[in-house]
Design a binder for this molecule. Structure first.
Ligand code: NAP
Ligand code: ZN
Ligand code: ZN
Length: 347
């Protein structure tokens, strides 16, 4: 066993504290990664504070991991010591069910191992995430990061990147597609950059007037303040697709009104409380609401390769591990431009 240093929460109501725990030694197909940076996703906060229910403690969150390979098992083919590597929300799946065979490992019928707050495929060893010194993962679930990529800005691609890339691709984003990104946080700012890189005309839909200039800088063509009724009315019926990243209950009907006939709202934000879905904005314009969960392993690699080619990376504020508690408080207030990235070399 190798001891990993980490920051963990012991309960939903206590702050992060330093903690050590055992990780397995690399097996034949495992890759050991020294973690350089880990992004703070709002899903980490939902789970650390048990807002979705069913959280397991102690918990080391973190599923936006970037780092360097330090050791590989003797049957590993894709990686060697020294390579840059990433780990996202999944560390294993059954690899046999229909969804796994279709590259949708995130929807595996089980056993499936999420990076933390879950169990390894044995169903009993708790998984622990990237707010830690190193991680050991089967090479099939390790992503390649291009040499020279900025690791602090690449880490957030492993969740915020793929979670917005996947619905953008699925709903046909290309040159000229009109895409709205609702909520300009960690996911939202990646959604703007990725949609713009795909050639879309991007509109930021935000509740924060102060983010207007950022929207343009990130590549958006327009900005609509969702609380401004006149601006919302002017934008009605204009968008092909909305990627909804809002982390709390919000007016989904108002957003639907911005879609063209037959347009799609792809919901990725995971509000702990149900959203109200009004019938009329949906039926009167044959619109649709779809859900989307991260992305499969092959699609995550495709996204990383796309980002390397287009030079798309997250905008981050690098923090030391001791700053995680303060960062969580700021995340709740929407005070982050646009992702906290933890420097694990400071553990
Ligand atoms: P984040 O950085 O906190 O951004 C969320 C944004 O939503 C905020 O910046 C804010 O944008 C808006 N917002 C927050 N509270 C709001 C409220 N009460 N009413 C209206 N707007 C509000 O969070 P994130 O890391 O991007 O994650 C966003 C959500 O996606 C979370 O629920 C997370 O769990 C979920 N998620 C889902 C997946 C998936 O696979 N489906 C993957 C990762 C994360 P404005 O200031 O612009 O309004
Ligand atoms: Zn996430
Ligand atoms: Zn499966």
């Amino acid at each position: 066993m190798g001891q990993a240093k980490a920051y963990a929460v012991m309960s939903p109501t206590t702050p992060f504290q330093p903690w050590t725990f055992d990780r397995r030694e690399p097996g034949d197909k495992d890759v050991r990664i020294e973690i350089a940076f880990c992004g703070i996703c709002h899903s980490d906060l939902h789970q650390a504070r048990d807002e979705w229910g069913g959280s397991k403690f102690p918990m080391v969150p973190g599923h936006e991991i970037s780092g360097r390979v330090t050791q590989v098992g003797k049957k590993v083919r894709k990686f060697k010591a020294g390579d840059l590597a990433g780990v996202g929300c999944l560390v294993d799946s059954c690899r046999k069910c229909e969804n796994c065979r279709r590259g949708l490992e995130q929807h595996c019928a089980g056993p499936v191992a999420f990076t933390y707050n879950g169990f390894e495929k044995d169903g009993k060893t708790p998984t622990q995430g990237g707010y830690s010194s190193h991680v050991v993962v089967d090479e099939a679930f390790v992503l390649k990061i291009a040499a020279g990529a900025p690791l602090e800005r690449t880490a957030p691609l492993l969740c915020a990147g793929i979670t917005t890339y996947s619905p953008l691709k699925r709903f046909g984003t290309r040159k000229g597609t009109r895409v709205g990104v609702l909520g300009l946080g960690g996911l939202g700012h990646m959604g703007v950059k990725l949609a713009a890189a795909m050639g879309a005309e991007v509109v930021v839909l935000s509740g924060s007037a102060a983010k207007k200039a950022d929207g343009k800088r990130l590549g958006a063509h327009d900005f609509v303040l969702t609380s401004d009724a006149a601006a919302m009315a002017k934008s009605a019926g204009r968008l092909d697709l909305i990627v909804d990243t809002v982390s709390a209950p919000h007016d989904i009907g108002a957003a639907l009104g911005l879609l063209k006939i037959g347009g799609t709202l792809a919901l990725v934000g995971a509000s702990p409380k149900p959203l109200e879905l009004p019938a009329f904005p949906l039926i009167m314009a044959r619109r649709q609401v779809a859900g989307s969960l991260i992305g499969g392993i092959a699609e995550t690699q495709e996204m990383l390769d796309f980002c390397a080619k287009k030079k798309v990376f997250a905008d981050v504020e690098v923090i030391p591990p001791a700053g995680i508690n303060a960062a969580y408080d700021r995340l709740v207030k929407g005070d982050v431009r646009y992702r906290f990235s933890i420097d694990l070399s400071k553990l």
